[in-house]
Each structure stands twice: as structure tokens, then as C-alpha cells.
Design a protein around this ligand. Sequence first.
Ligand SMILES: Cc1ncc(COP(=O)(O)O)c(C=O)c1O
Length: 388
Amino acid sequence: MTLPTLIPASKLPNVGTTIFAIMSGLANEHDAVNLSQGFPDFLCSEKLIELVSRAMRDGKNQYAPMPGDPILRQRISQKVEKLYNLNIDPNSEITITAGGTQALFTALGAFVHPGDEVIIIEPAYDSYKPSIELFGGKAIPYALMAPDYEINWAELEKLISPATRILMFNNPQNPTGQVFSANDIAALRQIIIKHNLLLISDEVYEHLTFDGLQHESVLKYPDLYERSMVIFSFGKTYHNTGWKIGYCIAPAELTKEFRKVHQFNVFSANTPVQSAYADFMLDENEYLKLPNFYQTKRDYLLQSMHGSAFKPLVCKGSYFQLFDYSNISDMNDVEFCKWLIINHGVAAIPLSVFYTNPPDDRVIRLCFAKKEHTLRMAADRLKDIILM
Ligand SMILES: Cc1ncc(COP(=O)(O)O)c(C=O)c1O
């Protein structure tokens, strides 16, 4: 006789330990240069650290208002007006969150009902699918394909069914480094309006576009914004991903629902850090310099890898660079990444883990949000690997 188990069935039966934990664990074990996870290995601004300390000393240590520090929200609305020419009400359209991931989770929690379908564009940030599933929804993947990772909008539209409620869009895109154009946004806009969908637009890499490309924020398109929740992350902008502060911009009606979930999810985000960001945002140069800052790092990595057997794919934005290793090995990408750590001391992320149905590609992702010394060390090791 089998005894009834005390533990109810898993709500996420297909989710295991994330590849990031696995690769970082293996990287530590083998003392590898870690270009796997997406975070800087350099310090954030000393001034910002000082502002947080000052906020703490000034007694800003208790709960922030549920929607976020009012001055921070005001500064965000000024930034949005300046960059995207959209006038938003800081009181009813901006909510400060504990990072972009929480904002994504809360947006899905507010609107996904059991049985709803949510279209995601893969390879996708790994929180999307499990978050949809936790709320009883079904993720419907559209697969971007190497080497261009372009969207065929007519094909994507075929995935829409009477159960489709939401489309999730990420621009600039992790992990591909793709930056979608004004033409893409025009196609997206047409689909969202025609099928009466909600849009969750993940723009955490808004400042990381290269070679003169402009970020096409959904906030630039008022009739698209009307149906959107747009997600940002201070951690990505100010080099402190561990501080976990982000925000969601959405029209008042959507924000009202978003906050119903937010208030019982985290209630409010870290007070002194919000206060510090509010002051730090006054210097717009801190974010305007980012395209150049990260483009220099991308180019440094590419130059350092020049002459290696790895083939770089086009990186237009984000802080990830893809490399094709088909000239080196037939191994699948997960095995290849483990082999890279153990035999060559460099940790990368296999692209297949970002897909529901991975194509049979030989592509890995490297994060270049690192010091030049780190990038050089990784490239020197990778250049030692010769053609098959
Ligand atoms: C596409 C994308 N969205 C959201 C996030 C999460 O942002 P945060 O660190 O603020 O939670 C990340 C972080 O890697 C990301 O790559």
C-alpha cells in the first residue's frame, strides 16, 4: 500500500535548480572566470553608496509608501517625459518594486486567470514561463532563431487563440542581444490592438543599445501604452543588481490592479535605496553614458576574442554577447558549457535553457558587464581552444 504523501503535488513540476546556480557553482568549484550570470563585477558609483548611507542615517529605514517613494516616482515621470515624450502621473501610473522580476511576477499575478494563454518570445528570461504557470496560465512560446533572432510577426500572430490574454515582449532582448526596431513596434502595436491583448514590456536594458541604435520604448506609443505594463530595473542601470529595485509604469486602471497584488506580495520596496536613487537620478549623465560604456565593453570582448574559433553573433544591445562554437565541438550546449568550465576555466550559459523547445544550435551566452581584466582573462582562455 502506498501511503498518501504529506507534500502536495508541485505547482512547478518541470522547474529544477536554475542553470545560473549550476554554472556558478561549477565555476566556483573550478575557479573559472564567470561570465555566466548577468551582473557587473565592478563597483557601482561611490556617490550612490554614500546617498544610501546618508538616507539610512537620516532615518529612512521604515516602510516606504506602498507605491514607492513619491520623490522617486516624480523623478521617473520626469525622465520618461524627457526620453520618451510621454506625460505620466507619478501617483497613479508608477509603482516601485523589488526589482524587475517582482514587477513581472506581479503584473502576471494581476491579470493571468487559470487557462489564459500568454505569448512569450524565446529564448526568454527564465522567470517568464514559471510565473505564468504559477497563476494557472499557459505560456505559448514563439521561437527566435539564430543567427538573426528576428520576429516574423505574421507567424507570431498565428499563435494567438481566443484564450490569449497577454503578450510578453523584451527589448533590448536577453539573451540574444537583439534590439527590436520601430518596424517591430509597429507590428506589435497592430497585433495588440487587433486582438485586444495586454502587453508586458520588459525594458530593463533600456539604456543598453549600441552603434547609434535608439531604444524603441513602448512608452513612445501612447495607444500601445494604454494596454501595457512597462517594466524597468535600477539594478541594470546603476550597476547594483543586488539592491533589487525596479518599477512598473502602466495606465492608472492597470496600475490599480497591479498594486492590489503588489501590496500583498512585497507591500513596499527598500526605503533608503529608493531615496538614494531619487537623488542620483538628477544627474542624467549617469544613464546617458551607458550605451557608450557598455559598447566599449562589448567591443573589448570582441577584439579580445578576435582570431578564436568562436564565431560572434550580432549584439545590438543588452550586456550579453552570443558565440557560435560549432567550429569547436558537436557537444550539446549544456555539456559544452560544463566542459568549458572544467577544461578551460570559463563559465558561460547555454542558449538552449532559454527555450521550451530548443533548436539544435551550438550557441553560448557570455556576459560582458565585467572589468576589462575579467574579459581579457576569459578571452585568453577561450582563444586557446582550437578548431575541431
Ligand atoms: C530580461 C530581464 N528581465 C528582468 C530581469 C530582472 O531584473 P531585476 O534584477 O531587477 O529583477 C532581468 C535580469 O537579468 C532580465 O534579464
